[in-house]
Design a protein around this ligand. Structure first.
Ligand code: FAD
Length: 1075
């Protein structure tokens, strides 16, 4: 069955290739030319089915596509590009309400009158249906659905026919829920699947809340979430093939919820939560061009082939296929998507530069391409929703290397820095950040509409459905005297995040929920292990109010002040300053900027959105990801060497003409433009906008920061470093080596401060050094020779005088790169809290994507990709209209009328009715003979720490209260948790022993229960098999029809019935009956 075949496919395999260009070339040896290899293959003929072999071969095919071989840059325009004249002729007519569309709408409504859908018959109002919203029966997305009915009276808005009532011929309840699985086990599966997304298994996303609040009650949230999580489970199990609407609807246990499942599916698809990336969409019969019917074909021009641009174009390609029939309904051909890229390669700031070596000297490297990463390179964890997990591991199956986080710091004399001292300094550094985090922007907590966890954990839906919609309850409450307004109801508790340690690989602080600066500074320093200067009492506190109030205060100015104040109460020596400034250099690396250029309020606006899991690098080059997006499963229309110089657009409406002009004078007419040009280029103003961008956009462009991080990459004949270590750090001296003046450290701290051994991903012995903060800017105007010389000196201080000169070296200069003008965005000193949102906001038919348009994941590859998904969804909204919620959304429970209707339907398809009855009877028979499927025993706390923290909660709380500053309130549960974990770390082996023993005992008992359960399951299943045969003998089974793939009465296969039970938003690529 297709559903059950959605097995997890996350094996590693091989991937390779990237093109090269010479932006950063600095070669000592004469370059060895790569043999010319054939261009990228095509994979258009991939077949997708539930067959595992086919799925595997499809993954292999993806690999063959992206691995390709070293290739010429020119061969990157892989798609058969339409002649520019055909694009030039695509200018759009202003008339949006052409005759064919109008007649379609008329046809549609008159058909509805003649054949009203069963659901359009007014039914008895029922307590258990989702009430037609008391406040509004319209979609809650920001669209005036009614405006489509007046034939487009609003001239600026595109005409959209009313959403057709639709029916599903292939839908049956529960078919996507494995029949033999215990409900709580299925629930666990679903919840685990949601863990791999950015959604909360137990709560509505903000957009889901907006979509549903007028249509479902609080009690119905659990059922909705169960269905939505079920759909995500299908996707997580096999992201090589798209989840179909029919499968999604099969996650509903009751046909009354089909529309909900369908709606949830639409939301998940359109928002790129499922079916994204290099997924093979089914061939659509609606995608054929038939101009004779007078349909228009729109053009979407995406500017930039970095992760944002390619992610957006790939997603648009999938969405267009998915909603092709809907497009036909509104009189549109499937739009064409063209990507214009200024460089001669794709990937943008992800650039895996080819190394001039024919064969890897490393024995285990295999046949991957030999590359070094000039730009983005680290995947910061696959878990908790990183979409690149799906693409890298689930779809392209690229090999990757897990980075070992242990990092030794070396002083300039080559000696390793004492770990204890470094920990002490890292603690002080984090304490400074903790104190400063009280000045952060306070973001309003999001709405939190949760399902019933207990029910959901057991895999059960709510039986009490409630009469009032969420909106009704919220608005009624708000109308009461002294009640909070709607926006303040049902909000998540305000959680502040405080830095507790540093991720040394990314330089970003690791945070925990808590209250910043709870303890007085002297008391805290003492608790960390510092000796206070003589005469300083534990009551002493730093004054950060004064420096933070200075006009133009930045993170760096306040932090420098904080360090200077600490110097007054602690004995800080030059080594301490070197160490502190090494950590600051790491922070400057993560922000690609001197920290004096970072906003005091917004420097870590993205905190709390980090992924989990090991940091990794792609073997053979990160650029395999953008190349995979470009090529798999079919090539996108990417035109390289097309630098854009002018963008004209229609500001007032998403419908209107647009045009893009390239440097060589070529013009591309478009209906929608997605601009992913980096913020640095936008700041520079080398691309002209007509009309000029509105001031709210240009001001945000100015306020946001865009700094630089550079790399010096040295390739050697052999490794002279420990091949098993991925990192080492070097603390740098200031010009006056013994200085204890914080200002003296700025210029030097980021010079060759962090080194990576990237040999295992590059295939050659190579060391890569970061140049961060002011040092990064210096690189832009320092000669290669000088840089390599200095790098060699630093290495000699670490490894001794025998360090050779590298045989090849690469230096990045991202600020001088005309297509980047820097490395990545940061929070500029004057940044406003919503500047990233402003960057993302479309202006008419001009849409924006790129790492600088995502406040939750800026400055990253995954953030760029996510922004591409968001922009694609916005363009789809402009194309076909937003998601429309049918009303009532949840069908009423059976009434005499509905039963009659059902009986009539069953008369129309008696076979199916008999089959359903057979199935139900069989399950009753089974249960009467052998009872329910055995329930899996619940998990136990098998970890000693959990048992310890439970037992020591109160003691930890008391500890949190010690030394607490006045007015900082009671310790939050998470502060207590941090304390218990510290106590656990500090506990002696004797203290830990009883908890460890208890944990072992509990685990053993659980294992025993699992063994018993497994035996019971085996027994139950074998009996069930026998009983099925017995039952089939007594009650012979009848096949539904010829389309039944497996002839079984139940299961996840797509079935084709004749009649339809439901309706939902307009059309996608499935059988649709319009009444
Ligand atoms: C040195 C460095 C290290 C980094 N390290 C990491 C890391 O370890 N992990 C991580 O997640 N992120 C990292 N990043 C950040 C990450 O690489 C970027 O955030 C991400 O790649 C940006 O993607 P994008 O699509 O927004 O922009 P880009 O990749 O820059 O894509 C924009 C595209 O637009 C093109 N373009 C520009 N102007 C024009 C024009 N006028 N006409 C046509 N095309 C144009 C560009 O050529 C480019 O291809 C790093 C970046 C750098 C520079």
């Amino acid at each position: 069955m297709e559903t059950t075949l959605r097995t997890k496919l996350i094996d590693k395999s091989v991937g390779k290739d990237s093109p090269s260009d010479s932006d950063f070339d600095f070669v000592f040896d004469p370059p060895i030319a790569h043999p010319r290899k054939p261009p990228i293959g095509q994979s258009d003929n991939l077949k997708v089915s539930g067959d595992l072999e086919e799925i595997d071969s499809m993954a292999a095919n993806f690999n063959s596509v992206i691995r390709g071989d070293p290739m010429d840059i020119d061969s990157l325009s892989v798609s058969p590009s339409p002649s520019s004249s055909s694009l030039l002729s695509l200018s759009r007519k202003a008339d949006k309400l052409d005759t064919p569309k109008r007649s379609l709408r008329l046809q549609h409504s008159s058909l509805q009158e003649i054949h009203p859908s069963p659901l359009s018959v007014p039914s008895e109002p029922s307590d258990h249906s989702s009430n037609p919203s008391v406040i509004s029966s319209k979609a809650t997305t920001p669209v005036d659905v009614d405006s489509s009915r007046d034939g487009g009276a609003k001239k600026a808005e595109p005409y959209r026919p009313r959403v057709s009532r639709r029916t599903y011929s292939n839908s049956r309840p529960k078919v996507s829920i494995p029949p033999g699985m215990a409900p709580h086990e299925y629930a666990t599966d679903c919840i685990l699947a949601v863990d791999w997304t950015m959604l909360n298994a137990y709560a509505l996303h903000q957009e889901e809340y907006a979509l549903l609040r007028h249509h479902i009650s609080y009690a119905q949230v659990s059922t909705y979430l169960n269905i939505r999580n079920g759909i995500l489970r299908l996707w997580a199990n096999n992201p090589l093939v798209p989840v179909t609407r029919e499968e999604a609807i099969g996650c509903a246990k009751d046909p009354r919820w089909f529309d909900v499942a369908s709606l949830s599916y639409d939301w998940l698809v359109r928002k790129g939560q499922i079916n994204f990336g290099c997924v093979k969409h089914r061939k659509s019969k609606h995608l054929t061009t038939n101009k004779s019917q007078g349909r228009k074909q729109k053009t979407i021009v995406v500017i930039g082939a970095g992760l944002a641009g390619l992610g957006c174009a790939r997603q648009l390609d999938g969405l267009i296929r998915h909603y092709s029939q809907r497009l036909l309904e509104i009189g549109e051909e499937a739009p064409r998507v063209v990507v214009l890229e200024g460089r001669s390669r794709v990937g943008g700031r992800v650039y895996s530069r080819a190394v001039n070596t024919e064969q890897s000297p490393l024995p285990d490297f295999g046949s991957e391409r030999l590359t070094v990463e000039m730009g983005g390179m680290i995947l910061t964890g696959f878990e908790r929703g990183n979409p690149l997990n799906t693409i890298v591991r689930g779809q392209l199956k690229l090999p990757y290397h897990e980075l070992k986080p242990d990092l030794d710091l070396y002083d300039m004399n080559g000696k390793v820095v004492d770990k204890k001292r470094d920990n002490l300094l890292e603690g002080l550094y984090n304490d400074c950040l903790d104190r400063i985090s009280q000045y952060k922007f306070k973001l309003p907590p999001p709405k939190l509409i949760e399902g019933n966890r207990d029910l959901m954990d057991e895999g059960r839906d709510s039986t009490a459905e409630g009469q009032k919609t969420i909106a009704y309850v919220e608005e009624t409450t708000a109308s009461l005297p002294h009640a909070p307004p709607v926006s303040e109801q049902n909000v998540a508790p305000q959680v502040e995040l405080v830095p507790i340690s540093t991720d040394c690989i990314t330089g970003k602080p690791n945070v925990e929920p808590g209250v910043p600066a709870t303890q007085k500074s002297a008391a805290k320093a003492k608790a960390m292990g510092w000796n206070l200067k003589q005469g300083v009492s534990e009551d002493h506190d730093l004054d950060l109010e004064t420096p933070s109030q200075v006009p133009g205060a930045t993170l760096g100015s306040v932090m420098d002040d904080c360090i200077t104040q600490y110097k007054q109460i602690l004995e800080l020596n030059p080594l301490d300053f070197r160490l502190l400034n090494w950590h600051i250099a790491n922070l400057e690396y993560s922000n690609a900027n001197n920290y004096r250029n970072l906003s005091l309020q917004g420097w870590d606006i993205d905190t709390g959105n980090e992924w989990e899991g090991k940091h990794t690098m792609i073997v053979g080059g990160y650029q395999n990801v953008p190349r995979g997006l470009m090529s798999s499963p079919s090539p996108l229309d990417v035109k390289t060497k097309s630098p854009v110089t002018r963008i004209s657009y229609t500001p007032g409406s998403s419908e209107g003409s647009a045009q893009v002009e390239c440097e060589d004078g070529t013009n591309f007419d478009a209906d929608y433009i997605v601009n992913t040009i980096p913020l640095g280029v936008l700041k520079q103003g080398s691309v002209k906008f007509e009309p000029e961008l509105p001031s709210w956009k240009t001001e945000a462009i100015q306020r946001l920061g865009f700094g630089v991080l550079n790399k010096v990459i040295l390739i050697y004949d052999a490794m002279f470093w420990d091949p098993n270590k991925d990192f080492f750090g070097v603390v740098r001296n200031p010009p006056h080596a013994r200085s204890v003046n914080q200002k003296d450290y700025t210029a030097q701290r980021g010079r060759f401060f962090q080194w990576l051994n990237v040999s295992s991903t590059s295939g050659v012995p190579v060391l890569l050094a970061f140049m961060a903060g002011d040092a990064a800017s210096d690189v832009e105007h320092t000669s290669n020779d000088d840089l390599v010389r200095e790098a060699t000196e630093v290495l000699k201080s670490r490894f001794g005088q025998r360090v050779p000169y590298p045989r090849q070296a690469f230096v990045s200069r991202w600020a001088s790169d005309r297509f980047a003008r820097g490395s990545y965005s940061s929070a500029g000193p004057d940044m406003k809290v919503d500047d990233y949102d402003k960057m993302a906001k479309p202006v008419g038919n001009l849409f924006f994507a790129g790492e600088h348009t995502t406040g939750t994941h800026p400055a990253t590859v995954h953030g760029a990709y996510l922004s591409g998904l968001r922009a694609a969804s916005e363009v789809l909204d402009a194309l076909i209209g937003p998601i429309v919620v049918p009303t009532p959304l949840i069908r009423p429970r059976e009434t005499p009328q509905s039963l009659k209707r059902k009986a009539e339907q069953h008369l129309r398809d008696p076979k199916r009715a008999r089959l359903e009855a057979w199935e139900m009877e069989y399950w009753d028979f089974l249960r009467s003979k052998i009872g329910e499927y055995p329930y899996k025993p619940a998990k136990v706390a098998g970890h000693a720490y959990l048992l310890y923290s439970k037992a020591h909660y109160e003691a930890a709380r008391q500890k949190c209260l010690e030394g607490r500053r006045a007015g900082k309130g009671k310790p939050a549960p998470n502060e207590v948790r941090v304390m218990t974990s510290k106590m656990w770390k500090d506990a002696s082996p004797e203290e830990k022993k009883p908890f460890e023993e208890q944990a072992v005992k509990q685990k053993e008992e659980h294992a025993e229960r699992l063994r018993n359960w497994n035996e019971k399951v085996k027994d139950w299943e074998s009996k069930a098999q026998e009983l099925r045969k017995e039952f089939e003998k007594i009650n012979p089974i009848e096949k539904v029809n010829d389309n039944d793939d497996d002839g079984q009465p139940s299961g996840g296969r797509r079935r084709r019935g004749r009649f339809v039970e439901s309706y939902a938003e307009g059309s996608d690529d499935e059988d649709v009956a319009i009444y």
